[in-house]
Design a protein around this ligand. Structure first.
Ligand code: MG
Ligand code: MG
Length: 246
């Protein structure tokens, strides 16, 4: 779907709120803080900006952000988990302004982290930007996944298959999906005004996953670390425009 200039403006605003949620939660990350406290920090931003949450009550999800530590890949529910030195924590945030959605995620270290954990974070973020670079008019959508996969696998890591990025607009998750790997076909041709959430999930070990009994938390099957970065990006005449950057 192609969005009008007016719609893109609303998505820009929603993206700014999400960027502010990132800044506020990042600043709150330290040993001893609970993931519930991070959720409260994000809630305060939504309230201050008069934005609605697209996460809260999404298929019953009970919070405004997802918090996924260490071997949890995505969709973690904020709660009593207390961050500790050496953890990595993935924080996924979203906001709605005037009916239009923003969605973005990052992974951060808690205090001092291992060299491997830092490399995973750096490579995952780099893979996101490699994917973003493919969002140009006339290109094919699945070049995004090919670029993400190339960066992740060159570093010896794997990209998750069962969870993918998506188009975004008046709903958080719109068609088409945006895989983080080459799915065997080039996908749709990119046109001005299309907006996507690109969100590589990169694992140190294999890409296999399982879901905890809470029916939300997605884990690496082998217990190795996972990182997640995401932005909401429009395809424009001037190249990719990232709405969820600070
Ligand atoms: Mg997200
Ligand atoms: Mg998303």
């Amino acid at each position: 779907m192609r969005r009008s200039a007016d719609e893109l403006n609303k998505m820009r605003k929603a993206g700014k709120v999400v960027a502010e949620m990132h800044e506020a939660t990042r600043a709150a990350i330290r040993p001893g803080v609970t993931t519930r406290q991070l959720n409260e920090v994000a809630e305060a931003v939504l309230e201050k900006r008069g934005a609605r949450s697209n996460f809260l009550n999404y298929h019953g999800f009970p919070a405004v952000i997802c918090t996924s530590p260490n071997d949890m890949i995505v969709h973690g529910i904020p709660g009593d988990y207390r961050l500790k030195e050496g953890d990595i924590i993935s924080v996924d945030c979203g906001a709605i302004i005037e009916g239009y959605h923003g969605d973005a995620a990052y992974t951060a270290g808690v205090g001092e982290i291992s060299e491997l954990a830092q490399r995973l974070i750096d490579v995952t973020e780099r893979s996101l930007w490699a994917g973003v670079d493919q969002l140009v008019i006339g290109n094919r959508l699945h070049e995004v996944g090919r670029a993400v996969q190339k960066v992740a696998e060159a570093a010896g890591f794997s990209v998750v298959r069962e969870y993918v990025g998506h188009a975004i607009g008046t709903a958080m998750h719109e068609e088409p999906q945006v895989p983080n790997y080459w799915p065997g076909s080039p996908g749709p041709t990119l046109k001005e005004g299309m907006v996507f959430a690109v969100e590589p999930m990169v694992n140190v070990g294999t890409y296999d996953t399982y879901v905890l009994d809470d029916d939300w938390s997605v884990m690496t099957k082998d217990g190795e670390l996972s990182a997640h970065f995401e932005h909401t990006i429009a395809v424009t005449d001037n190249g990719p425009e990232v709405f969820t950057l600070s």
